[in-house]
Design a protein. Structure first.
Length: 452
């Protein structure tokens, strides 16, 4: 039996005894569904589960769009992240500059992209794995580095690849290197840059034959992408992927695929507005990503999502969302695509801003965590009542997502206006603990399981 039923009961009891706002828990710990699944930070707590479906979505503009960015404050006295019973959370590293993607090298070293500082740092843990013993700058003077990957996949990589805003570069690597031994080699000389989403994640297929790079859209819903005439569109579609965008959005809102040397670029999947985090599901070898959907359709529309990415798949942006739900701002423009849209696997509360994802295959956490995924939610700005600002657990059964997700690491919201932490990415260390980068606090959190 999964532990979420017991956790939900304990959370409710703790809140009732403390006088804190009680999370919205379904009866007997079942997932919140329908309208009840659309809560805010007050209903977040470890063990609370939600399941959103396309049928739960409200109509466009059912609520007035709200600009409500958070104000990041210093961690208040006495405030700590909340984790399920049996788990502990501690600061693993601090005083970092916008820590974003975190990746674990085969030897256990921890590579973290400090995007605002333009560098990739290496952290080495002490024997206890609970504290950093060495911290070195592996590479600097990079253009907003984000994704980090080791190549070839496996125990003995010879390169560290870094996806920057406009390029993919790589550095020669030997196990244990704390500093790059040579200048960066440019592998992909030009990724779409300019305005809009700047994060570029990177991951390799398990066989090492394909390099995947995610590129987010340059806009909310392609406002500056002029419609094509029928003859122009036919010519464009003959040489581009299903649902591919054009003009200022060409090769954006996509997952791109390359050979490891950067050649043979192609669109692997299109219509994915902003796939900020990429990973490989170990059990199936499937490519997964977590996606920031569009804004200004209302508080509860459309859901963000996590999904296995199908080769040749089209996920709707900018004309549709979550299947054949037409964006009213593009009404009637692409009716030919309505029956060709891939519906994502797990819907996440709108405007939560998922940025990082990893699967848990270690042995430290309870056995029922194995095969599940963790997703870092950076937090909302386009919602009247704040949501996100937490790490959630996606539930899987027999390697397949159930569609449910469960709060795992919460407590970063101080009040309606302020937050003191913003989770970005997640990674599992060699000892089985979970690391969470937090660019609001400039820290990396470590979550470990100590038992009941």
């Amino acid at each position: 039996m999964r532990v979420h039923i017991a956790l939900a009961g304990l959370v409710a009891l703790a809140c009732a005894s403390s006088g804190a706002p009680r999370p919205a828990l379904a009866e007997n710990g079942a997932a919140l569904v329908g309208a009840a699944a659309y809560g805010d930070w007050r209903s977040d707590a470890p063990g609370v589960r939600r399941k959103l479906t396309p049928a739960d979505m409200p109509a466009p503009m059912a609520s007035r769009p709200a600009a409500n960015p958070s104000r990041v404050v210093v961690q208040p006295a006495g405030a700590t992240p909340k984790v399920p019973p049996g788990f502990t959370v501690s600061v693993f590293a601090k005083d970092l500059t916008q820590p974003r993607v975190v990746r674990i090298a085969p030897n256990g070293d921890i590579f973290v992209a400090e995007s605002a500082a333009g560098r990739v740092r290496v952290l080495r843990a002490a024997d206890s794995a609970a504290a950093v013993s060495r911290s070195e700058i592996f590479a600097a003077s990079l253009n907003r580095p984000f994704g980090v990957a080791f190549y070839p996949p496996g125990p003995n990589p010879t390169y560290v690849y870094v996806a920057t805003n406009t390029q993919v570069v790589r550095f020669p690597y030997r196990s244990g290197d704390l500093k790059a031994s040579a200048p960066p080699e440019i592998i992909v000389p030009s990724l779409p840059g300019g305005p809009g989403h700047w994060t570029r994640d990177i991951v390799f297929s398990p066989d090492g034959k394909t390099m995947f790079v995610s590129v987010g859209s340059g806009s909310n819903v392609a406002e500056k992408m002029a419609p094509l005439q029928d003859s122009e569109r036919a010519s464009f579609e003959a040489n581009h992927a299903l649902g591919a965008a054009w003009g200022p959005e060409e090769n954006r809102a996509d997952v791109l695929a390359f050979d490891p040397d950067g050649r043979n670029m192609r669109v692997y999947a299109a219509g994915i507005r902003n796939c900020s985090g990429l990973t490989i599901q170990p059990e199936s070898a499937a490519l997964w990503c977590v996606v920031n959907e569009r804004d200004i359709l209302g508080d509860d529309l459309p859901p963000e999502y996590a999904t296995a990415v199908k080769e040749g798949g089209f996920y709707g942006w900018p004309w549709y969302y979550i299947g054949a739900h037409e964006d009213p701002r593009h009404k009637g423009e692409r009716t030919d695509l309505a029956d060709k849209i891939t519906v994502p696997d797990v819907l996440i509360q709108p405007h939560s801003a998922p940025l990082g994802v990893t699967f848990y295959e270690a042995a430290q956490f309870p056995a029922d965590y194995k095969g599940d995924a963790f997703v870092a939610l950076h937090g909302s700005w386009n919602r009247a009542n704040r949501t996100g600002y937490k790490v959630v657990r996606l539930l899987f059964k027999d390697g397949k997502p159930t569609g449910e997700y469960e709060d795992f690491l919460t407590g970063f919201v101080a009040d309606d206006a302020s937050v003191w932490g913003r989770p970005v990415d997640v990674a599992v260390t060699r000892d089985g603990s979970l690391l969470v980068t937090d660019d609001g606090g400039g820290v990396i959190w470590r979550v470990a399981y100590k038992g009941p």
